[in-house]
Design a protein around this ligand. Sequence first.
Ligand SMILES: [Zn+2]
Ligand SMILES: [Zn+2]
Length: 240
Amino acid sequence: MKIRFDCHTHTIASGHAYSTLEENIKAAGTAGLNGLAVTDHGPAMPGGPHDIYFMNLRSLPTEHLGVKLLRGIEANIIDYEGQLDLPEYPLKNLDFCIASFHEICIAPINEQTHTQGWLNVIKNKYVDLLGHPGRGRFPFDIRTVVQACGQYNKAIEINNHTLNRENDREICREIAIVCKELQVPVMVNSDAHFTHSVGEFSRSVNLLEEIDFPEELIANRSLESMREFLIKRGKRCRWE
Ligand SMILES: [Zn+2]
Ligand SMILES: [Zn+2]
């Protein structure tokens, strides 16, 4: 199983990551990737960039050093109505949007509330990917949320960084099993906060191989599959 597109990476703009975009792109090339999404944290993250940082992502080229680029964000979910921390503009001009729960931006409540929160986020037309849902601090009803992702053409992340934590591995595994059963796409991402993690997917890949997960359900396995995913989502794709 080889994944060629890392759709979740951070740069120094996130406030607690340690590489520049240029360095991440070089690392992506070294790791044999064809594509990289730059997805810095949204403005509600302490030390995160202002809205204007996301507005000006349009100045990035489609491709740099042989690596295709997606201009994205890891938006913070800031309430259980599903509100994100970036307004419609510039959100609508970005290529890719991850939405994630982070404890520093929203306090966990209970499973029912988190489930409702995810369902509200899924209805946001700009959100492409549910970020690290396997983190145990925000338990939710997996089947209900995966079903809704299928209905609204969203992908669910199998986040390599989350799999550092043994307790969260079981949750990630359960999510992947339900995605396989309901034929809902996943994305395997590094969530890199430094160059050495860009393209590092080994824990996620091991988990998926363990359950015989079908490769065709991994939306970011190649440039072509990413293109298909974005087009199916009604987004533009900036490469042929
Ligand atoms: Zn995150
Ligand atoms: Zn992240």
